[in-house]
Design a protein around this ligand. Structure first.
Ligand code: ADP
Ligand code: MG
Length: 729
């Protein structure tokens, strides 16, 4: 068996790099050993400082600047005891991945001497050379300052020899330049709105945290094959490639035995994840060949987001050691399932209650219904915004492609809960209810958990499905930073719960009893949000028609979906909540459009290059050898025999000529289309036109190239084929 190299575990266990992990080691021996969490803090910080940090994390308060020096000193001592030599502020700019800038703990002082310098200043704030991150025009270069600021709610960790300090990234002028700053604000807004609603049911609740359990899908491809596919290297997906004679039709990969080499990779990255405190729990094969999934135990959203970003980096790093490349792209292979990142989401209280988990009594179930129905209402009112959060060039290939939920946002709750809501809608009366009616209603509400236990409904075709004690937002793409959908989901929920409280309090002020007021408002919401609920097959054409009748949006492509960020409703929502200002939204909108355009531009150039420099030459070489063979045959056979025997040759020769000519024309036209579109200044128009005018050429060229793949000699075909990419183990 290959020698496993668990770098960070070795470090944690004080072993030399490359030493073999002993079989007797338990996960609990090294779990979280590379994280500056409670135990480490207690050991390395003075006890008042430790208590204050814990309190700040728990309550969301700000840590006093004067304590930062002590935290910095403790953090450094801990990190150096684990062999760290450098530190970095680790942040999530709008590029979609993470960024870091490493500085040594050491600063040279006099000649030949150095002092270890890392204190409160370095902990709390850094000024990365910022002009090279996307900023959507927020930061003009003359004031190109951006700051990273420590986020104590996500613990510091060590990767390799570097202490990584999770931070937010903001402009000199205060605007957010990353995903984390607005996420933290959205989570705070949710807490502020959810706590008073919880208090209708339990006065002891003082804090509500949103929870997230993501499921990460990915493909593994052998490094050597990957390197021989310029399209995979440059764009993350195969722009060409005829489907393999065997694809996923036998469904023999899903939940099958994990191939040994992939298994070793998984064990390796899981062990490293565990050392970093990422609670990875499940792994299995996915539907497509060489496609896999991993998922952790759910965590508080901010932490879960960091852990997902960290895990993606880690997987890429570990994959190199196993001569694999990880593909996170939403659709690396045409005709084969793509990858998603389901976001399982709920809310929990500091009294230990999952707010989307049904309770045991009428009262706790009324609380469940309150959060459940408010979620549906929030999704109903802001469906276009949710659609916008999952928009990306990669995800466009997936949404609605009969393997992933459609671009139409709807909510699935299962037949039993549908029955419950229908029932509530008809039984709750506008005016006062009789004592009998009330008692009976409460009794029935008390029965919900029994109902749910039997409720095994699973609808894999729904973009937003209730799965027993959480909602699963299934339309999120596999490359996405979960922060994006989480900012939106928690913001719209915050707004919805604040409205709910206002509505209920208004009724109470008019003399309605609390429970009745709650039921009354819930009934209204059930009626108002009925349209968004859909229990049927989300992949079917009937749903597209039905959704249109209901007036639901079906925005198939990203640049068209992004507009929702800047609707009057959204701008008001985000500024009321203090999550994102109009300037920040405009900047983000620009970045998203620009990003989309660049992706398609790169794909289009790559497709052109590949076609002209790889495919056409190979096709012409093969054609040349056919022509040579035809000429040779002429010397050997008489005219009649010659014509009979070279028929097949000549058919192939002309097919190659025709396809090559078509490809040439398409490539030329595509370049022209790019030129025309590039001349347009407005980023929004620009990305829309890239989608409408440039992207279709890539598909048309692909069609011709894939046909050539079928006739050209396998020996000289310049790209590894699907059967190799998908079935090499
Ligand atoms: P699947 O959707 O594949 O059938 P499960 O329903 O078992 O899988 O769970 C999927 C994910 O849901 C897990 O990663 C888990 O962490 C997450 N999850 C479970 N409960 C919650 C919760 N209360 N909040 C957020 N995520 C949760
Ligand atoms: Mg799932």
């Amino acid at each position: 068996m290959a020698k496993l190299r668990f770098d960070s575990i070795n470090q944690a266990m004080n072993r030399l790099p490359g030493e073999v992990q002993s079989k007797s080691e338990k996960i609990s021996d090294y779990y979280g050993s590379m994280v500056f969490h409670s135990d480490a803090m207690r050991q390395y910080l003075p006890s008042e400082v430790y208590k204050r940090v814990e309190e700040c994390v728990r309550t969301g308060q700000k840590l006093e600047r004067r304590l930062a020096d002590e935290v910095g000193a403790g953090m450094k001592a801990w990190a150096m005891s684990k062999g760290a030599t450098h530190y970095t502020h680790w942040f999530q700019p709008l590029t979609g991945r993470t960024a870091e800038k490493h500085d040594a703990f050491f600063t040279p002082s006099e000649v030949g001497r150095s002092i270890e310098s890392f204190g409160g200043d370095q902990l709390v704030q850094q000024e990365p050379d910022a002009s090279s991150f996307p900023n959507g025009g927020i930061r003009n270069t003359f004031e190109a300052r951006g700051y990273t600021a420590w986020d104590p709610s996500s613990p510091a960790f060590i990767m390799g020899v570097t202490l990584c300090i999770p931070t937010i990234f903001v402009a000199y002028t205060g605007e957010a330049l990353d995903y984390k700053a607005p996420l933290l604000k959205a989570l705070q807004a949710l807490n502020d709105a959810a706590v008073p609603v919880c208090q209708y049911f339990d006065r002891n609740v003082t804090r509500v945290n949103a929870t997230l359990g993501w499921e990460q899908e990915y493909f593994l491809v052998d490094s050597a094959l990957f390197a021989a596919r310029p399209d995979l290297v440059i764009t993350g997906r195969t722009l060409f490639g005829h489907s393999s004679s065997k694809g996923q039709q036998l469904d023999d990969h899903y939940f099958g035995a994990i191939p040994e080499r992939a298994h070793e990779f998984m064990r390796d990255f899981e062990a490293e994840s565990h050392a970093l405190g990422i609670p990875i729990k499940t792994r299995h094969n996915e539907v497509a060949p060489n496609q896999f999934e991993c998922a952790p135990i759910f965590e508080e959203v901010n932490l879960a987001v960091d852990h997902n970003q960290l895990l993606m980096d880690l997987m890429e790093k570990v994959a190199n050691r196993h001569n694999f490349r990880v593909l996170f792209h939403e659709k690396p292979f045409a005709g084969i399932n793509g990858s998603g990142k389901h976001n399982n989401w709920s809310m929990s209280t500091d009294t230990g209650v999952n707010l989307l988990g049904p309770g045991k009594t009428p009262k706790t179930n009324l609380r469940f219904l309150t959060f459940f129905i408010n979620t549906i209402k929030a999704v109903h009112d802001h469906a276009d915004l949710l659609r916008a959060t999952i928009a990306s060039a990669g995800n466009d290939h997936r949404l609605g492609a009969n393997e992933a939920p459609p671009a139409i946002i709807s909510v699935f709750i299962g037949s039993q809960l549908t029955q419950v809501l229908d029932d509530l809608e008809t039984r709750i009366k506008e005016g006062p209810m009789s004592p009998d009616e009330k008692t009976e209603l409460k009794l029935d509400i008390g029965k919900i958990p029994e109902i749910l236990l039997d409720n095994t409904d699973r609808n894999r075709t729904s973009p937003f499905a209730f799965t027993g004690n959480k909602f699963e937002f299934r339309a999120v793409g596999s490359t996405a930073n979960c922060a994006n959908p989480m900012i939106i989901l928690n913001s719209i929920m915050a707004k919805q719960l604040a409205d709910f409280q206002k509505d209920v309090d208004a009724l109470i002020a008019k003399g309605t009893k609390k429970d009745e007021a709650i039921l009354n408002i819930l009934r209204k919401y059930i009626t108002a949000s009925r349209n968004i609920r859909f229990e049927g097959n989300g992949y079917g054409d009937e749903w597209v028609k039905e959704a249109e009748k209901r007036g639901l949006s079906n925005i198939r492509t990203s640049p068209h979906a992004l507009g929702a960020y800047l609707s009057d409703q959204s701008v008001k929502l985000f500024s009321d909540l203090g999550v994102l200002s109009r300037t920040e939204l405009e900047a983000r909108n620009e970045i998203h459009h620009e990003n989309y355009k660049l992706k398609i531009q790169i794909e289009s150039r790559m497709a052109g290059d590949l076609a002209q420099n790889h495919i056409i030459p190979a096709a012409l070489t093969y054609q040349g050898s056919l022509l040579a063979s035809i000429r040779n045959m002429k010397d050997v056979y008489d005219q009649k025999e010659f014509e009979r025997l070279t028929k097949a040759h000549r058919v192939i020769v002309s097919e190659i000529s025709e396809r090559v000519e078509t490809i040439q024309t398409l490539v030329t036209e595509m370049i022209e289309a790019r030129k025309e579109v590039n001349a347009i200044e407005n980023v929004e128009e620009n990305s829309i036109l890239y989608c409408e005018k440039v992207l279709p050429y890539i598909e048309k060229i692909r069609y011709q190239v894939d046909k050539l793949e079928l006739i050209v000699d396998d020996e000289i075909w310049p790209l590894p084929k699907y059967r190799e990419l998908l079935f090499a183990r």
